[in-house]
Design a protein around this ligand. Structure first.
Ligand SMILES: *Cc1c(COP(=O)(O)O)cnc(C)c1O
Length: 455
């Protein structure tokens, strides 16, 4: 029998040359983005005042199965990809499980996450279009860091709105972004009318991702024709760029004669899981294989497990087109003691549709259990995981322990989307026992649902 190595690195020439667009194989397509006023589907042209042109084309392209990765993006990918597929031998041993556990590790670049895979593509297309500025938001800070890196590389100016609560927890994220030349503001800020309005109403607010998105869109639109807004998750084109993760994982598993029974990933906006699972979803949609998929989310921000499948705005200021997705409503703000990222109120329309159609499952986990899994993983596998990624670790461990009970030798693949070096405030509140689990009540959620737009 073949001995499976701890780490499988594909050679550089095995880097995927094209992204995979899972929508091309979905018989039932995700619902289109619609205009909040007319309720008509948005065309690529109508999206171009806000987003980078090529991204608008990719966003609305439901038919092209493979899209070539441009040469300069490939060259940049080569600096940190292919990323390793790891066999978690040490974790298996610690759990005494018959399951085989694999993880695809995306934390091996300075942004500390998979976000760079889309950041470099978006910055490249922006440059090609002749844009000089981009504006974006960042929650936990990985996306802001990734886009700062990509904009430095492509010589584009960048403004980042970082959720204030997160900036207070991770001040050095700002310094990293500034090192790459980005201008970083705590959101809500005084630089936009959305921010000023929120500050007047709630002077002590620690902000939200939805508000930071509104500020970044306003900043991009007011800057003029050579500036656009860039988003690091949720949208179809971002999931497309992240397919590089899944394509590599599938090729690497093939070289080991392996195939997952179960694919697990954390889901904030859905991009790392969407990317990891897309080539395996293809097998399932085409009837070739029948793996199971689990999207894992925080119990304090449970869009896929307790949200409504409805048209909603992507931001608090209600400026985006409407997206059909599982949502807690755009005004929903997770409880302040929630530490682990994944705080977006909605979810990728692709993931939402797959969930709605029963192709994937979802599970919500409370944060103390997540950090317990993170600490165990760090001790035995040596990588200090991001709190976000640790949601996937939690469920991978739970599934492996279930295999121990039943004696099944399942092959589990999970996405280790990033590292947690900037998350020491969260880790220390876990370690000193001050971390609590907050789960919203049904009344909390009903109050939020009442504000959903009528579409
Ligand atoms: C941003 C981020 C996530 C959540 O975003 P998705 O779009 O759901 O992937 C998860 N893990 C890490 C490390 C991140 O930076």
């Amino acid at each position: 029998m073949k001995r499976i190595p701890y780490k499988t690195y594909l050679p550089e020439e095995k880097l995927p040359q094209a992204w995979y667009n899972v929508r091309a194989d979905m018989a039932d397509q995700p619902a289109p983005m619609i205009h909040p006023g007319t309720h008509e589907p948005m065309t690529a042209e109508q999206l171009t005042p806000i987003f980078i042109e090529e991204c608008c084309r990719q966003e609305t392209d439901n038919t092209t199965r493979y899209i070539d990765i441009p040469g300069p993006v490939m060259d940049y990918y080569r600096t940190y990809r292919p990323s390793p597929l790891c066999r978690a031998y040490h974790l298996e041993k610690a759990l005494d499980t018959p399951a085989k556990i694999y993880y695809k590790f995306e934390g091996n670049n300075t942004s500390g996450s998979h976000k760079l895979n889309s950041a470099i593509a978006q910055a490249y297309y922006a440059k090609k279009q002749g844009l000089e500025f981009l504006a974006t938001e960042t929650g936990a800070g990985q996306w802001g860091t990734a886009l700062s890196m990509a904009c430095a590389y492509m010589d584009i100016e960048l403004r980042v709105y970082m959720v204030k609560g997160s900036m207070m927890q991770k001040p050095y994220r700002k310094t990293v972004m500034e090192t790459y030349g980005a201008n970083v503001f705590a959101s809500p800020s005084e630089t936009t009318s959305v921010g000023r309005k929120l500050l007047a109403e709630y002077p002590d607010t620690t902000g939200s991702l939805g508000c930071a998105i509104s500020e970044a869109i306003e900043a991009a639109l007011s800057k003029g024709s050579d500036c656009r807004y860039a988003l690091g998750s949720v949208l179809n084109h971002v999931l497309l760029h992240q397919s590089v993760v899944g394509l590599e994982a599938k090729t690497a598993m093939e070289t080991l004669d392996e195939y997952p029974d179960l694919v697990i990933g954390c889901a904030g906006g859905g991009s790392n899981l969407g990317g990891l699972m897309s080539p395996f979803i293809q097998d399932k949609l085409l009837g070739k294989r029948a793996p199971k998929f689990i999207a894992v989310e925080p119990a304090s921000c449970p869009s896929l497990t307790r949200g409504r499948y409805a048209y909603d705005f992507g931001d608090t200021g209600c400026t985006t087109p409407l997206l059909k997705m599982y949502t807690l409503s755009s005004g929903y703000i997770p409880h302040p003691n929630h530490a682990g990222g994944l705080r977006f109120h909605g979810m990728s329309p692709i993931l939402s549709k797959l969930r709605h159609d029963g192709v994937i499952d979802a599970r919500a986990v409370p944060q103390k259990a997540v950090f317990e899994a993170a600490a165990l993983f760090a001790k035995v596998e040596t990588i200090l995981p991001a709190p976000e990624s640790s949601h996937a670790i939690r469920v991978a461990i739970d599934e492996a322990l279930e295999c121990k009970k039943t004696g099944e030798t399942k092959t589990i693949l999970f996405g280790l989307s990033g590292t947690g070096y900037f998350d020491m405030t969260a880790y220390s509140s876990f370690l000193d026992g001050s971390m609590t689990d907050y789960v919203p009540t049904d009344e909390d959620l009903e109050k939020a649902f009442a504000t959903l737009p009528k579409a």
